[in-house]
Design a protein around this ligand. Structure first.
Ligand SMILES: C[S@@+](CC[C@H](N)C(=O)[O-])C[C@H]1O[C@@H](n2cnc3c(N)ncnc32)[C@H](O)[C@@H]1O
Length: 228
């Protein structure tokens, strides 16, 4: 039986290149590599996790599906331990944007134009975009998905060595230049992000904190969304 994947991880799977040498950082149940193996997109996967429990469940799932021989399970923090494996496509999904940025920052071998990073931040996407821009990573595409009542973004990035400073607005909404797969999901994703910024603004207002800058940013995001 082939493995099914939720829409969030499917949007990540679609960004993995055919015949990539693939690693999944923070693999948990190994759903993503198992799907890619079942689809014939990859022939082998490195499955990494910082915690033994998730890695054991990855191993168990792989054995149940008869895929264990096509997978290596590595108990490790981040991606630094994989420098000599010739991995071309790394997925780092289902974590906070700051943690993803930290994992990339601690693995200098990811600064290689031949390596693709498939990044699916659950929170603080703006921190991840700012980190990527200022560290010489280019976002090549963004895809948006809707899964179990929530919208998600997935970024495809690679190193080009050009360090850029991006505005707060661009860090939140992403770049117009990066190709975007689904406009409706993107608009809805940004609308939900806007709502949480507005809630935070109201909280600040009630606490008597000056919100002029936040109000300006929120107005810019609203205008941006209306033009998508
Ligand atoms: C919420 S799960 C996400 C699983 C899967 N990638 C997904 O998107 O559905 C996050 C996983 O990342 C692992 N993790 C957290 N920090 C990590 C790190 N620094 N290095 C490797 N794995 C990490 C956790 O143990 C957990 O299994």
């Amino acid at each position: 039986m082939k493995s099914a994947l939720n829409a969030r991880l499917l949007s990540a799977a679609e960004l993995v290149r055919q015949d990539a040498t693939f690693a999944d950082i923070g693999t948990d149940h190994a759903y993503l590599p198992l799907f890619l193996l079942d689809e014939g997109r990859i022939g082998y996967a490195y499955c990494c996790d910082i915690n033994g429990g998730p890695l054991n469940s990855a191993r168990r799932n792989a054995e149940e599906r008869g895929r264990a021989e096509q997978m290596t399970f590595i108990l490790t923090d981040g991606a630094a331990a994989l420098a000599d494996k010739g991995i071309t496509d790394y997925a780092i999904c289902g974590m906070g944007g700051e943690l993803i940025a930290d994992i990339i920052d601690r693995a200098p071998h990811l600064k290689d134009g031949n390596v693709n990073l498939i990044l699916q931040p659950m929170t603080r996407q703006e921190k991840l975009r700012s980190y990527l821009a200022s560290s010489g990573f280019k976002i090549m595409s963004e895809s948006y998905s809707f899964d179990a009542g929530k919208y998600y973004v997935c970024l495809l990035a690679s190193f080009d060595g050009k360090c850029r400073e991006i505005s707060e607005l661009e860090a939140i909404v992403g770049s117009d230049k990066s190709s975007c797969v689904d406009r409706d999901n993107r608009r809805a994703y940004l609308a939900s992000k806007l709502k949480s910024l507005e809630n935070a603004l109201n909280g600040k207002r009630e606490a008597g904190i000056n919100c002029d800058e936040d109000s300006k940013l929120i107005a810019q995001i609203k205008e941006y969304i209306s033009n998508i």
